[in-house]
Ligand binder design. Structure first.
Ligand code: HEM
Length: 411
């Protein structure tokens, strides 16, 4: 029998110590069942999460199970009241395969390496905006703009109003999910603006085709099932915006916080920059940005020693898998050069993150440039603010810092 608990990953209690909350489940019953958000079961152990994520015919990512249209499925728990489907992330095979096949070539390590010079230039220009001042907000001025501008540029959207894309995407992960509040209404207005920008760009390109970016590739995909209509192009483009912006910002904010809090790790990276690859993986493991993802049981299935019936909801706690002592020796220690490091921060199974190579590229370039140009940065830790809701995403909202002023790069 599954243990019943009053678990709620979106509660203030959970946000006070999510690591401890998941550890109690992982080292205790392994799974718990809660009534929160319509009821769901948490899987907290690495092997159980891997098994469920691999059994995608049983544990569906679909926004709506076939035959149950209108039912609240998908990969967030609860499903946002007004959001639509997140393209391939909320599709099952065979539909999912069509999109993954279309997008994979654009996100291979070799293809992503070609974005490197632009990521470098965007990083240089962003740091140039505050480097002479000796102070900045590391979230608002640095790690929020860079992933937003990179994602918009990769897609081929106008980057000049990146902030109007970034703010709703960051806010949506922690604003109280109450459609009656003005904060929620403001958020919906922000999303409507984003949707409009993407739709207008698609319409412009139907009138005057363009080439050489991700939106062009999506619009002209040479797919055996034919081209995507405008609604599906929109859904796919929006998914890239939603997936590419928030996660990378959150991870970078945690990494910068860590290097401030643990100067010995900062010094190791300054002394030996070749450690950046391993450090990037350990930041991903230890500060898991996407804390957990949901599935819907599509047919009678088992996981974690429990039986599930069609329609039940399950939470796969990636962040708990990343602290599982059966996988990671001393899991609660941050080990800069940890190897092996088979973390689940990019998910597991067929839906494993499409943008992982791009994200890693951004993370490494930004961290290397911060260490090179502002190696003595110091965060005002009392003013640094974590998201108040850590149920979906772990990251910081703001992080004021000071450093020895430097010179502009001259870009
Ligand atoms: C540190 C940064 C990132 C993290 C931690 C992250 C995390 C994840 C996770 C956990 C999943 C699996 C979701 C699930 O199985 O339910 C996922 C899927 C996905 N990610 Fe990322 N992501 C990051 C960056 C990016 C970027 C930069 C892009 C694209 C520009 C991207 C695009 C996607 C897409 C399209 C999927 C769905 C793939 C599929 O369903 O086949 N992600 N990501």
């Amino acid at each position: 029998m599954t243990e019943e608990q009053a678990f709620d990953h979106h509660s203030a209690e959970h946000a006070a110590d999510p690591v401890c909350a998941y550890r109690a489940i992982r080292q205790g019953p392994g799974t718990v069942r809660t009534d929160a958000h319509g009821g769901f079961t948490v899987l907290a152990r690495y092997d159980d999460i891997a098994a469920a994520a691999s059994a995608h015919a049983d544990f569906s990512s679909a926004f709506e199970l076939p035959g149950d249209e209108g039912y609240g499925g998908g990969i967030t728990l609860p499903r946002n009241p007004d959001s639509g489907r997140t393209s391939l992330a909320e599709m099952d095979p065979p539909e999912w395969r069509r999109y993954r096949r279309m997008l994979n070539p654009i996100f291979t390590p070799a293809a992503v390496a070609r974005f490197s010079p632009r990521i470098q230039a965007i990083t240089d220009e962003t740091i140039d905006r505050f480097i002479t001042k000796g102070s900045c907000d590391l979230v608002l001025d640095l790690v929020s703009p860079i992933p937003a501008i990179v994602t918009l540029e990769v897609l081929g959207l106008d980057t000049s109003e990146w902030e109007r894309f970034a703010v709703p995407l960051h806010t949506s992960v922690h604003v109280p999910r109450d459609p009656r509040t003005s904060a929620w209404q403001e958020l919906q207005d922000g999303f409507q603006w984003i949707f409009q920008q993407i739709r207008e760009e698609i319409a412009r390109r139907r009138a005057e085709p363009k080439d050489g970016d991700l939106l062009a590739a999506i619009m002209s995909a040479d797919d055996p099932e034919g081209p995507l209509d405008d609604a599906l192009v929109f859904e796919t483009a929006y998914t890239i915006v939603a997936a590419g912006v928030e996660t990378t910002t959150s991870l970078l904010s945690s990494a910068l916080w860590h290097l401030d809090r643990y100067p010995e790790d900062r010094q190791r990276l300054l002394d030996d920059p070749s450690l950046i690859d391993a450090a990037c993986e350990e930041f991903l493991r230890y500060y898991t940005p996407e804390q957990a993802g949901a599935r819907t049981v599509a047919q009678r299935a088992e996981a974690g020693g429990e039986s599930f019936e069609r329609g039940e909801r399950v939470l796969l706690a990636w962040s708990s898998a990343n602290r599982d002592e059966s996988q990671f020796p001393a899991p609660d220690r941050f080990v800069l050069d940890r190897k092996p490091n088979r973390h689940m921060s990019f998910g597991y199974g067929i839906h494993r993150c499409l943008g992982s190579h791009l994200a890693r590229q951004e993370i490494k370039i930004v961290l290397a440039e911060v260490l090179r140009r502002m190696p003595d940065y110091s965060i005002d830790r009392d003013a640094a603010q974590l998201y108040p809701d850590l149920g979906l995403m772990y990251g910081y909202q703001q992080m004021p810092a000071t450093f020895t002023p430097g010179r502009r790069s001259g870009r």
